[in-house]
Design a protein around this ligand. Sequence first.
Ligand code: NAP
Length: 267
Amino acid sequence: MDNYFENKVVWITGASSGIGEALAYAFSFRGAKLILSSRNYDELDRVRQTCRTPENVKILTLDLSDIPSLEGKTSEAIACYGHIDIMMHNGGISQRSLVIETDLEVHRRVMELDYFSYVAITKTLLPHFTGRRSGHFVVTSSIMGKIGTPMRSAYAAAKHALHGFFDCLRAEISSDNIKVTILTPGYIRTNISLHALTKDGAKLGARSKNIDNGLTPGKAAVQILNVIKRGSFESYIGKFSGEKIVLWLNRIAPNMVIRKAVKLTPK
Ligand SMILES: NC(=O)c1ccc[n+]([C@@H]2O[C@H](COP(=O)([O-])OP(=O)(O)OC[C@H]3O[C@@H](n4cnc5c(N)ncnc54)[C@H](OP(=O)(O)O)[C@@H]3O)[C@@H](O)[C@H]2O)c1
């Protein structure tokens, strides 16, 4: 095991479950110092206790939907250890509903949480990174950040927006020695579908067969740490499957992918 992450300060949002939780264990195992964020203190504390070195883990509760609070939360995160090396933007929700039936408010909620919260934190953290001429933004997008399928309009729009924002940011700051890595995971076995918003904002409350057959969060975390270490611009995370082929095809023959998407049954 190399020491790339040893003593690096990593702030992870969405650290109370799923991919964020698995990332906490993987970073902690490799000697990183962590700041764990989500809304649920008790769950974050459970994750902290399970980390390899709980004494090197701090908890910062926040609500990513509360955009005005995020400037102060980012300052608190920097104050935890005096600096941050890696910003792991990961917290989020999904959505399951047809465009024709979805309240505008649901589109706004998903956009606020999955897109604007990332922008707000990034804008506050950026002067800290540029001042130190060092830092790495890692962004959990999704395969839905590259393509569009039925029932995911709000989610896919927010994830596509992340690519636009962070690709531009990368182009602006790479000469300042600041890195941007965008992850486009396929199906990862988490609770994400349980919390997905439906047409009126109610939670779906159901598991998804595809997600339950996906890669385990632990294996996803190992892939993610390798991608971060390489400093990749963008990377698929998941099983070697049809999803990876779709992403590859989308680059060279996008019309072929769109033709396939319009034949999918909404679910
Ligand atoms: N699982 C997949 O198949 C998959 C595929 C592609 C991309 N992703 C992305 O991976 C990321 C993590 O999702 P996951 O699959 O690990 O799902 P998850 O297990 O449901 O985790 C979601 C995390 O986001 C946090 N969160 C939700 N709403 C929040 C809010 N308002 N304020 C602060 N934190 C909030 C949750 O914490 P609290 O509830 O404690 O606040 C939780 O820690 C998301 O960005 C998701 O879009 C997942």
